[in-house]
Design a protein around this ligand. Structure first.
Ligand code: DAU
Length: 306
């Protein structure tokens, strides 16, 4: 198998992340999925597209929604058109946020048949892109699947995201920041388990289907932050409460039965405390990787009062 990585290297991308694997089997193309000519040339050389490219951060989408509509909606459209032209298999990576949120005491979890009800500019742009994929499957017969995953954590995650932001705050002598009442629940999954599920859907998923990916990892933000503080030898109250995110989704929870039953997928990294410990260790050992973008990230947060 050969892989072509097409990436725009925005503020969130880093060629260094894949430098070690570049070579005969992995090629890098610097470019934008909205560039129809480039996408056409790349897709003409492919058997399958795995579409991970997106603007992904809710806070950024609230401050400036335009790149989200442009990249997530128009970019997906461009890739779908190329998949259609060259009859290329298409797998779309999406988010559980398309389903909106759940109350803390709701006994249900998200399932594939739940109605879309996105809350933020980010999640609504991803919902729009999912709907394009469904339409291109039904109308043009593009051989497509979609997966909607819950919150990822692990190494190489940008320091704007909740877990790495708090770890790197502590490492730079800044108090962690918790939004609202801290009781919002996220359903955490390791990046490796997300990737193994994507592989299973790409290689064995039924065309036209959506699969939810989750590892039964529900925790509220306060609990996660206290666990990080504990692992890093800090007092459990050594953090700041900050202004809540507008429209902040209360709880996400994934029922991944379909993926497990149909494709036999199982998450492997299910010990969340062990996962947090190894994530903390990774950020401690890779200051050179995150330090150059830390100040600009915190500046963006300061401008939003968070
Ligand atoms: O559910 C999947 C989604 O998870 C992905 O589609 C998104 O791309 C990804 O960014 C993530 O979205 P969230 O908005 O849930 O992730 P974030 O890391 O921004 O925040 C996680 C929770 O932590 C959320 O309830 C907001 C809260 N939070 C976040 C930050 C950055 C804080 O309390 N303090 C913070 O400093």
């Amino acid at each position: 198998m050969r892989v072509i990585v097409l990436d725009a290297l925005t503020y969130a991308g880093r060629l260094d992340n894949i430098r070690d694997v570049l070579g005969d089997r992995v090629e890098f193309v610097h470019g934008d999925i909205r560039d129809a000519g480039l996408v056409d040339r790349v897709v003409a050389r492919c058997d399958a597209i795995v579409h991970f490219a997106a603007e992904s951060h809710n806070d950024n989408s609230i401050a400036d929604p335009e790149p989200f509509v442009s990249t997530n909606v128009l970019g997906t459209f461009r890739l779908l058109q190329a998949a259609r032209r060259y009859d290329v298999r298409f797998h779309h990576i999406s988010t559980d946020e398309v389903y909106g949120d759940l109350a803390l005491d709701d006994p249900r979890r998200f399932t594939e048949d739940r109605a879309y009800q996105p809350s933020s500019p980010y999640s609504s742009s991803k919902a729009a892109s999912d709907l394009l994929v469904r339409a291109w499957y039904r109308t043009y017969g593009v051989r497509a699947t979609i997966s909607n995953c819950s919150n990822n954590y692990g190494p190489y995650q940008h320091v704007e995201k909740f877990i790495p932001r708090q770890i790197t705050n502590i490492l730079t002598g800044v108090r962690p920041k918790l939004y609202g009442d801290g009781l919002n629940v996220r359903d955490w999954i390791s990046t490796q388990d997300h990737s193994s599920a994507v592989w299973d859907v790409l290689t064995r998923g039924r065309l036209g289907e959506t699969y939810l990916i989750g590892a039964d990892g529900e925790h509220d933000n306060l609990t996660v932050l206290r666990a990080i503080l504990r692992v890093m030898g800090r007092a459990e109250d050594d953090f700041d409460w900050v202004r809540d995110r507008p429209g902040h989704d209360r709880r996400y929870a994934i029922d991944s039965s379909k993926l497990r039953k149909e494709l036999g997928w199982r998450p492997v990294h299910t010990d969340f405390d062990a996962g947090l410990r190894s994530t903390v260790a990774w950020y401690q050992a890779h200051r050179d990787w995150w330090m150059p973008v830390k100040a600009a990230t915190e500046q963006r947060y300061r401008e939003q009062g968070r």
